[in-house]
Design a protein around this ligand. Structure first.
Ligand code: ADP
Ligand code: MG
Length: 613
């Protein structure tokens, strides 16, 4: 060991850079955040060779005064906070005052800027171990340009970790996309090796914003998304959530913003996953762009140097709010909403001119409330409890459909007088598997087993709720050995257990006795279930395991009770199913998350036949 000495400014900054400057994309993130903090409304990003050779970001923000230019490059220099109280309510993206210093310590940086009050622009560069700054006059309009060349030229160990140009650019593009989604009011241009990759104009109207989201996330996402805008107790959630049938193999289309800041957070991910649980295909990931707004003093953003993580002061409330709003929104999607969304995307795709044009009459969707379509198809309480009364009855399968009193339907002609319902009228059955129906837009194809399975499942859930839990006392109580901590947790959970039909009593410091279970779960592994609930409660403070278990049983009952393939259906039966789908929550996907129906529009059909319209 040698004597203690101070690190040179450059070395100290290089060490700090380890946390914030990982690769070109991290530089782009920091620079863009600075431009946004400076109030820029237009930002141009020029990249050479994936960012390793050069990154140039030019903005029209406030700019920096000549006197402050040198300071901007030094560590712990910021214009954004002054005291610890400011940190409590910070609304800017940056505040730690170390990004520019870190970047300047591992690359050749020039900062050129001008402000409203200055006659000419100035440029600053820094050099040597002490990072001495050199200031020269340079013409520049109000705003700032930061150029970062030869990233990691003086830190070979870091440079070795850079990947191929394409890979680095992909990461960097992802950063631009995220920030472009967080600020619709700002225009972004991204060029790579002088080629324009994205040109996103500032978007103010909902349609312009939808267009930007589409350019960033693709039209397939937008066609299969639901728009949200909800507020409760000071929490606001807006954005778009993908339909469960538009799931992805990777969690790569998930954007979550808290007060305009991109974040990745376990609590958020968990709440969203839980909202999709009953509707998502096993092992798939949902897609979403969501914006949560709340009082800044309720979030701690100073948890990590990259500020990718946040900490909510009241995590439970945020979790509940996210889960319940998303769960509801996904349940409420009806066929008509999906058709409307697809129509709106096609309108946007048709170009900016047509955005202002009036849609032709025939494209407009009927304004009749949905309830008119299905009032006759809504299941009565009697039908529901009949369905629940036994497994046996479910096997008769079509009971519920036959009970629906639907007018006979064969072709459009017969219905000219009535409004055409979203899923149209059945015209035929294909190979005992699919129902073909004719609607306003063209052809609808329905997987009848999948559709019937979901509608039955939802019916069973509703009826289970309505009837209240039916509990069954156990002849021989089940004794479970637990830890003392678990035993006292079970005391606290007594109410939760009782609500779901369990009677769990403490029979000793480390012994529990289960005296009663919900009849629905009489064949379940009670001991395991009680243990799992207790461990959930201890770890997360909540458990939805019993509910999940009950849903699984209802789902499997629905599956067995639903129409099988190769079962001939009459037209009224088919129409009955279509009307029931329109009336049922989550009917767009079967119990396993597969789609239940699809639309082939006349335009798509015409394309197949090269038929110009
Ligand atoms: P922080 O963003 O945490 O304050 P930075 O090192 O990123 O720290 O930036 C230091 C300071 O430089 C900022 O506080 C701001 O005053 C100024 N600055 C940086 N980039 C810009 C820009 N594009 N326009 C105007 N000012 C800027
Ligand atoms: Mg910054």
């Amino acid at each position: 060991m040698s004597r203690i000495h101070l690190l040179s400014p450059r070395l100290a900054n290089q060490i700090a850079a380890g946390e914030v400057v990982e690769r070109p994309s991290s530089v782009v993130k920091e620079l863009l955040e600075n431009s946004l903090d400076a109030g820029a409304t237009h930002i141009e990003i020029d990249i050479e060779s994936g960012g390793a050779r050069a990154i140039r970001i030019r903005d029209n923000g406030r700019g920096i005064d000549k006197e402050d230019l040198a300071l901007a490059l030094s560590r712990h220099a910021t214009s954004k906070i002054e005291s610890i109280d400011d940190l409590e309510a910070v609304t800017s993206l940056g505040f730690r005052g170390e990004a520019l210093a870190s970047i300047a310590s591992v690359a050749r940086v020039t900062l050129t800027a001008n402000t409203e009050g200055q006659s000419e622009g100035w440029k600053v560069e820094c050099e040597g171990q002490d990072m001495e700054t050199r200031l020269t006059p340079a013409p520049h309009p109000t705003g700032c340009t930061v150029e970062v060349r030869d990233l990691f030229f003086n830190t070979p160990a870091r440079r070795k970790f850079l990947r191929a140009e394409k890979t680095e650019f992909r990461h960097l593009e992802e950063v631009v996309k995220r920030l472009a989604l967080s600020r619709f009011d700002v225009g972004f241009v991204l060029r790579h090796n002088q080629r324009v990759i994205h040109n996103l104009r500032a978007a103010t109207t909902t349609q312009e914003q939808e267009r930007r989201a589409m350019m960033v996330c693709g039209s397939a996402f937008m066609e299969n998304a639901v728009h949200l805008d909800l507020e409760r107790n000071g929490l606001t959630l807006t954005g778009w959530v993908g339909l469960p049938t538009f799931s992805r193999s990777q969690a790569d289309l998930q954007y979550f913003f808290v007060n305009g800041r991109v974040i990745k957070d376990k609590l958020v991910t968990h709440a969203v996953r839980q909202a999709y649980r009953d509707v998502l295909y096993h092992g798939r990931h949902p897609a979403y762009i969501l914006f949560l707004e709340l009082d800044p003093s309720l979030v701690d953003v100073n948890v990590h140097p990259t500020k990718h993580e946040v900490r909510f002061r009241d995590g439970r409330t945020v979790h509940d709010f996210l889960f319940s709003t998303l769960h509801r929104a996904l349940a409420e999607v009806r066929p008509q909403d999906q058709l409307d969304q697809q129509a709106s995307v096609r309108e946007i795709e048709a170009g900016p001119e047509s955005l202002t044009q009036q849609a032709p009459m025939s494209l407009q969707t009927p304004s009749v409330p949905m309830s008119n379509y299905y009032s006759s198809a809504a299941p009565t309480a009697g039908q529901v409890s009949e369905q629940l009364s036994g497994y046996q009855q479910l096997h008769s399968g079509l009971g519920a459909l036959q009970a629906l009193d639907m007018p006979p339907a064969s072709s459009f002609g017969a219905h000219e007088e009535q409004q055409i319902p979203p899923l149209g009228f059945a015209v035929a059955q294909l190979h005992g598997i699919y129902i073909l129906a004719e609607n306003e837009q063209g052809l609808v194809v329905v997987d009848m087993h999948a559709a019937h399975e979901r509608t039955t499942y939802e019916l069973l859930k509703v009826s289970y709720e309505q009837q209240g839990v039916v509990a069954q006392p156990l002849l021989v109580p089940i004794s479970i050995a637990v830890s003392e901590r678990e035993a006292s947790c079970s005391d606290e959970c007594a109410e939760l257990f009782a609500q779901l039909g369990f009677l769990v009593a403490r029979a000793g410091p480390e012994t529990l006795l289960v005296r009663q279970v919900p009849s629905m779960l009489r064949h379940a592994d009670t001991e395991q279930l009680v243990r799992d609930v207790l461990s959930d409660m201890l770890a997360q403070g909540s458990s939805d395991r019993i509910r999940t278990h009950i849903n699984e049983i209802l789902s499997s009952m629905a599956c067995h009770g639903s129409v099988r393939a190769n079962r001939k259906l009459t037209l009224p039966e088919m129409n009955g199913l279509l009307r029931q789908m329109e009336a049922t929550e989550r009917s767009g996907q079967c119990n396993h998350g597969r789609p239940t129906w699809t639309q082939m529009s006349m335009t798509e059909l015409d394309k197949l036949f090269l038929r110009g319209r």
